[in-house]
Design a binder for this molecule. Structure first.
Ligand SMILES: *Cc1c(COP(=O)(O)O)cnc(C)c1O
Ligand code: SF4
Length: 347
């Protein structure tokens, strides 16, 4: 039985580290080190290039700052109503319930916030956010995110959900958590009964699975508990160099998700966050993978590839352009195989 790793010292003592890993010094904007015993049990210790290891073992590459990188590339701070509530899109808000995660992903795009050990939102902050949402009826969805929402105790979660639902009974809630992957044992009956108790509007489960091996039996079981009680599950993947920047891996992941009733929702191009350049994939490669994946998997298994643009530009789809030109009264389009077809205007 493996134990949780919670410091660099402990990591050094437990594993034979690569040069890049052992030269990590925890410089600027460093994210804490934490790897759950569950996730460790999925890592192949003998493979320094293991795609799961790459997501959680820190390296000195994190200390490199590149041009055009930001600490808050999505300008969430500018769109913040309070220090916890982000209102970037008219119809939905994101509530940063806590900055704590059971495990810290080295690619985390919310490094400005995550792992600062501030802890869960206070009851006062929750009430303020809920009042804001109540006063903005155009908001129909809330993303309960962080950090990881499920690091909250069941009692704290009950209060959080109740406070929003009392004021906005029809508010759709997204449970954004990676805990089903990092610590699937967290999904207990009490948690599920709390969700059931507050079901005046739907919940959706939003997970982050980046590699098919992360979707092990225990995680599938944890996610199934939500789905079995009527909570649809969707997945968001982050494009990561050496982890999933390969169409075979993406194909296997999408099909495995779909088979386990998890809809592939988004694949994110890596945000321009300082300390994550070594994990970013070239945009051109992402678009090539998207195009090839579209040929291989069903419409149900196909996620939307998106980039959350710098300086708070918001999410835009990433895909090749199949609409080539408009000449006279005809459109010229391209098939997935690169052939041309025409489509006339109507009158
Ligand atoms: C991504 C995001 C959302 C949700 O966007 P969808 O496209 O509806 O999934 C909401 N708020 C913020 C700040 C986001 O970054
Ligand atoms: S679980 Fe999410 S918020 Fe937490 S470190 Fe990973 S990417 Fe960041």
């Amino acid at each position: 039985m493996k134990i949780n790793i919670t410091s660099f010292e402990q990591l050094k003592q437990s594993f034979k580290l690569t040069e890049a890993e052992s030269s990590y010094s925890g410089g600027n904007n460093s994210l804490p080190i934490s790897i759950t015993s569950h996730y460790l049990s999925l890592i192949d210790e003998n493979d320094p290039d293991d795609p799961l290891r790459k997501q959680v073992f820190p390296t000195s590459f994190e200390e490199v700052e590149e041009n055009m990188e930001y600490i808050d590339p999505l300008a969430e701070v500018n769109h913040s109503i309070t220090n916890r509530l982000v209102h970037r899109y008219k119809s939905r808000v994101a509530f940063l319930t806590t900055d704590i995660c059971p495990m810290y992903c080295r690619h985390c795009f919310r490094r400005r916030f995550t792992g600062n050990m501030v802890g869960p939102a206070t009851e006062k902050e929750i009430v303020e956010a809920a009042e804001y949402v109540k006063d903005h009826p155009e908001v129909t969805e809330i993303l309960l995110t962080g950090g990881d929402l499920l690091t909250l105790s069941n009692k704290q979660l009950d209060f959080l959900i109740k406070t929003f639902r009392e004021r906005s009974p029809k508010l759709i809630m997204r449970i954004c958590t990676r805990m089903v992957i990092t610590a699937p044992e967290r999904i207990d009956d009490e948690l599920l009964s709390i969700l059931k108790k507050h079901s005046t509007a739907p919940f959706y489960l939003l997970t982050q699975v980046n590699h098919p091996r992360e979707l092990c039996e225990k995680s599938i079981e944890a996610i199934s508990k939500f789905i079995d009680m009527g909570i649809p599950a969707l997945n968001q993947t982050v494009m990561l160099k050496g982890v999933n920047d390969d169409v075979d891996v993406q194909e296997e992941l999408c099909n495995k998700l779909l088979f386990n009733r998890i809809k592939p929702y988004y694949v994110f191009q890596g945000d321009l966050v300082s300390g994550t350049a070594h994990l970013r994939v070239n945009l051109g490669d992402t678009i090539k993978i998207e195009r090839e994946l579209r040929k291989r998997v069903s419409g149900l298994a196909m996620p939307n590839f998106v980039s959350d643009l710098p300086q708070g530009g918001g999410k835009v789809p990433l895909s090749d352009c199949y609409v080539k030109e408009h000449v006279g009264n005809r459109w010229v389009l391209e098939t997935l195989d690169g052939e041309r077809r025409e489509y006339p205007d109507t009158y």
